[in-house]
Design a protein around this ligand. Sequence first.
Ligand code: FES
Length: 365
Amino acid sequence: MAFGFFKKKKKEGAREHYYSLAIKEVVKETADAITIVFEQPETPIEYKAGQFLTLIADINGESVRRAYSLSSSPYIEKDLAVTIKRVKGGVMSNYLNDTAKAGDVMKVMEPMGHFTTEFTADNKRHIVMFGGGSGITPLMSHAKSTMVQEPYSIVSLIYANRDINSIIFKETLRDLETKYEGRFRVIHILDNAPLEWQGPSGLLNHEMLTDLFERIPNWGIDKTTYIMCGPEGMMNNVETLLEKQNIPADRIFKESFVAGTINKESSTDTDVEISTQTVTIVYDDEEYEVVVNPNTHILDAALDMDIDLPYSCQSGLCTACRGKCVSGKVKMDEEEGLSQAEKDAGYVLPCVSHPLTDDVKIEIG
Ligand code: FES
């Protein structure tokens, strides 16, 4: 057993977790969103539609890392692209919108995330997508990939934005509709619609959803999948509305990309007692023992010991740190990032987890 007091040297043949990627191009999508296209290295980085890259940058003397969904399709574009919208107070998003340029080199983590699907050429399904603002990015990757990987499947994208100028990929979406007429359809919804706007506007409520469902093809529940990415409020709303339409939960998939508010210092659940425990973590075929105090989470305790575990949001949303708890019990302060099926299978997010027993063992990767 190895104790993780020092950062370990990478084993020969071990999987690469970090890359230095050159920016090939920065595309201005809207007044406050850019797409950064990274040049593939000599040995191309593999990824799946719906995964994200974690970008790492030194900003004002601090190492900052943030996860951004890949908007490129691994089946179409040679390079990797992430699309980043400015966020009020967003350290990384504002920094990159202000400074990123072709030729810059950025440190990134390997693509991660489980908002993915298996594409099969003879699949015949209807994918209904709900996107809000920059939540379009993973949906874009899914939509493009579906068009080329599943010639019998169709996509209906319902895309909500503040106003017409904040629509990311407006032209690209129009081009896709033309190229894949009959298979790819976009319905834009605007909060502030111009006078001449003929599409839906306002809140995505029950009435609007019912109306939208009448406008998209009905392939029946068994052949339809619903995927969504956008602000938390929008996704909660859509989920509730889909439930009211009797759509089973196992047909609905979502990507939470907006950080939630959690108490990083301590658990608020008074039913469980959290005490100092030693947790075993298995990562990259190495085993570490990490002492976790009640006021810290398992990931933080491991990072304090200089164990180089994967992570990004540290808020229980991106799943970059996901591991399987193979023994013992943990309590998560935030469960939003995992589906019920993942939780049932024993997956946990160490960045928001406390060990409850003295035999917790988590396998990561
Ligand atoms: S680091 Fe994002 S869920 Fe743990």
